[in-house]
Design a binder for this molecule. Structure first.
Ligand SMILES: O=C(O)CCC(=O)C(=O)O
Length: 274
C-alpha cells in the first residue's frame, strides 16, 4: 500500500461529532469537568498542519521490530516510538495536554507507552473494550454515585493525523461509561441505552480518555491509510510497559530530553519502594 502524504489542510471536510463538543486547549478546568463526567475529552487544534505532516513522514520511516505488530495487509502498531526519533519524544509533553495528565494522575505521572499506528484500507474492525479497569469489586451503586469519583490511573491521548471520517476507522466512545465499573460483556454495544459515538474530528485534534471508558476502533472502509499517535500516561505507581525487554533507552534521546521529558521516561526522585 502506498503511503504518500496527502495534502493536509485545515479545510478538509470532516465535521466534528456534535455529540462530543470540543473543549479548548486553554480550558483546563473544562477539560477536567469533561473527564469527570464523560471520562474523555476532545481537544481541538493541538497539532499544527506542519507538525501533522512531519509526524506522518516520521510514521512512514518506522520499521517494525520487537513487540511491534501487524503488517501491510491490516495495520502496524509501532511501540515506544519516543525511543526512535526526537519528534516522537516531543509529543510526550505537549503544552496543555501534559498539564491535563499531571492534574489527573499527579505531578510524577509518566509515560507507560507511546504507540504509532498505521491502519490500511480493509484493516481493523469494531472491538468495544476498556483498556484497564480498576476496583471492579466495588458495587454498581458506588460507581453510579455522583459523589464517588475514582481518579484516573491510566489515560491515553490520541493525536489524529488526518481528519477522521466515518470511513477512516474513527475511534468510537461511550461517554460516561467509565462509571459502569466493569468491562464490556461479549455482544454489548450500548451502556445504559447510550450508544457508541464516532470521534469525527479534525487532523491535529486530541482525544484524551481514561482507561475505563468503553471505546473502540473501527473498520477502515476508505482508500487511505490512517495515521494515529497514542501517548499512554499513568500515575507514577503504574508500571511502564517499555519493550523489547531488556529495554534500553536510546542515549541520543536521553541526551536531548528535558527534565520533564526525562521524568516522563521514568526518571523519578527516590520514593517508597525505591
Ligand atoms: O483505533 C482507535 O482509534 C482505537 C484504539 C483503541 O481502541 C485502543 O488502542 O485501545
Amino acid at each position: 500500500m502506498k503511503s504518500s502524504l496527502p495534502h493536509v489542510t485545515p479545510t478538509e471536510t470532516a465535521a466534528r461529532s456534535v455529540r462530543q463538543p470540543p473543549v479548548m486547549l486553554s480550558d483546563h478546568d473544562g477539560q477536567l469537568r469533561a473527564m469527570d463526567t464523560d471520562g474523555c475529552v476532545l481537544i481541538p487544534g493541538v497539532l499544527s498542519p506542519e507538525e501533522i505532516v512531519a509526524l506522518r513522514s516520521a510514521l512512514d520511516r518506522l520499521q517494525p521490530f520487537g513487540f511491534d505488530s501487524g503488517g501491510e495487509k491490516t495495520r502496524y502498531h509501532f511501540k515506544c516510538v519516543f525511543n526512535r526519533e526526537r519528534i516522537w519524544l516531543e509529543q510526550s509533553d505537549r503544552q496543555g495536554i501534559i498539564e491535563l495528565a499531571e492534574s489527573l494522575m499527579g505531578s510524577q505521572c509518566h509515560m507507560i507507552g507511546m504507540t504509532a499506528w498505521k491502519t490500511f484500507p480493509g484493516g481493523d474492525k469494531p472491538w468495544l473494550h476498556t483498556d484497564k479497569l480498576w476496583n471492579p469489586y466495588l458495587p454498581p451503586s458506588t460507581w453510579m454515585d455522583p459523589k464517588f469519583s475514582l481518579p484516573p490511573l491510566i489515560c491515553t491521548a490520541h493525536f489524529y493525523l488526518q481528519d477522521q471520517s466515518r470511513e477512516l476507522c474513527p475511534t468510537y466512545v461511550i461517554p460516561g461509561s467509565h462509571r459502569s465499573g466493569r468491562n464490556v460483556e461479549p455482544g454489548e454495544s450500548t451502556w445504559l441505552g447510550r450508544e457508541t459515538e464516532p470521534i469525527l474530528c479534525k487532523a491535529g485534534d486530541c482525544l484524551f480518555f481514561r482507561s475505563e471508558v468503553w471505546h473502540s476502533g473501527s473498520a477502515n472502509t476508505s482508500d487511505q491509510v490512517r495515521y494515529l499517535l497514542q501517548v499512554h500516561y499513568a500515575h507514577r505507581d503504574v508500571a511502564q510497559k517499555f519493550s523489547p525487554w531488556p529495554f534500553q533507552y536510546n542515549p541520543e534521546i536521553l541526551a536531548v530530553a528535558t527534565a520533564r521529558q526525562r521524568r516522563l521516561l521514568g526518571e523519578h526522585p527516590e520514593s517508597a519502594y525505591g
